[in-house]
Design a binder for this molecule. Structure first.
Ligand code: PLP
Length: 393
């Protein structure tokens, strides 16, 4: 074995010994939250398909019709020849729906990861400063590093610290970025306070709404976290992902026309990649229509969340104070979290254990996510299993 390979083998063995090894499970079939995985039937509490749209027959049909009409692959990047009328129509719809400011436009990306890289690198560079919440998603951190701006991380939700850091910064351009709903904790960012700071310090505010879009909104409309707070501003650059509550894949940025034009002209993760299959844009139009027209899906979801939190209050593990579909159960050590996951798996329940570096050290957890695809009985079954395991622990 070469020295290089041996070094990798050693590092992998070390990860494994620290309870940090990661495994994949191959899903064979899916019926709502019921999956056949590695030959076993399990009830799943680990998906971001919060509204149960990923396998909705209407969304599937739209994808099929999209494939029949446009083919499967886009064949080129958007700026060469891969931009289809289906992309164009979806962008228009998203811009009007989210409307983060006056004169809004939207731009589709293949993934949320790429959208975040695009936003931060297009708006900031050397001599600028990016300010990010410590619990932001990894791709916002990667975006800040890639931009070559000074990267300043503030303690989770600490607006006073952020204010001080903004005031002390001599950077020419400033950009604040935040998860709107924190992906591993489920809590909602203090967006009104963040927008006020952005105004006071002439900064951009990048809002990553991967887990709010489709779930939160004004009057339960699913329009996401800006609508939840009733916010709009030219400073806001909104990023929504389309592979979570929307059930498909991809992401979009909605912002002022000048921001979107800048991304289209200069953002490397937009310019130098093949456009997403237009059939996905067709599927997404169907999925957005359901998000808008079926508020009962959100009512169901919030009823399940309340039911879960009620039942989980007596468990010995800390359940973080989250109003959203993400309901983390903090275990602490990596091995303990894995053991709990394994015990649930033995009982036919699939709940992923999340460990560092995805979450801070010492806060390994079960990231329980609820979905409209769950029934009351499903949640009761999860709570009964957790209660039984708590008594044994
Ligand atoms: C999932 C996620 C992303 C990445 O989106 P993808 O479309 O999966 O690449 C970005 N930000 C947050 C907060 C996320 O949870």
């Amino acid at each position: 074995m070469s020295r290089l390979t041996a070094e990798l083998e050693d590092a992998l063995a070390e990860r494994e010994a620290a309870g940090l090894g990661r495994r994949r499970h191959a899903v064979e079939t899916r019926r709502g939250a019921r999956l056949t995985v590695d030959g076993r039937d399990v009830l799943h509490f680990g998906s971001n398909d919060y509204l149960g749209l990923a396998a909705d027959p209407r969304v599937i049909k739209a994808a099929q019709e999209g494939a029949a009409r446009h083919g499967v692959g886009a064949g080129a990047s958007h700026l060469i020849s891969g931009h289809f009328s289906a992309h164009e129509a979806l962008e228009r719809e998203l811009a009007d729906w989210i409307a983060p400011c006056r004169d809004p436009r939207a731009l589709l990306f293949s993934t949320g990861y790429m959208a975040n890289l695009a936003i931060v690198t297009a708006l900031c560079g050397r001599g600028d400063a990016v300010f990010g919440d410590r619990l932001n998603h990894a791709c916002l951190n990667d975006a800040a590093l890639l931009s070559r701006a000074v990267f300043i991380r503030y303690r989770h939700g600490e607006l006073d610290e952020l204010r001080r850091r903004l005031r002390d910064s001599r950077a020419r351009r400033k950009l604040i970025c935040t998860d709107a709903v924190f992906s591993m904790d489920g809590d909602i960012a203090p967006l009104p306070g963040l927008l006020e700071l952005a105004e006071d310090h002439d900064a951009w505010l990048v809002v990553d709404d991967a887990h709010g879009l489709g779930v939160l909104g004004g009057n339960g409309d699913g329009r996401g976290t800006l609508a939840h707070f009733g916010l709009a501003s030219e400073r806001i650059v909104y990023m929504g992902t389309l592979g979570k509550a929307a059930g498909v894949a991809g992401a979009f940025v909605a912002a002022h026309r000048a921001v979107i034009d800048t991304l289209l002209q200069t953002a490397r993760p937009y310019v130098f990649t093949t456009a997403s299959p237009p059939l996905l844009a067709c599927a997404l139009q169907a999925s957005l229509a359901i998000i808008r027209d079926e508020p009962q899906r959100r009512l169901r979801l919030f009823a399940l969340i309340a039911r879960f939190r009620d039942g989980a209050a007596t468990l010995p593990w800390l359940v973080l104070p989250s109003e959203t579909a993400i309901q983390p159960l903090i275990v602490g050590d990596n091995v303990g979290a894995l053991r709990l996951t394994d015990a649930l798996w033995q009982r036919g329940l699939w709940v992923p254990a999340i460990r560092p570096p995805t979450v801070p050290r010492g806060t390994a957890r079960l990231r329980i996510t609820l979905s409209t695809a769950h029934t009351d009985a499903d949640v009761a079954r999860l709570l009964a299993a957790l209660t039984e395991l708590a008594e044994r622990a």
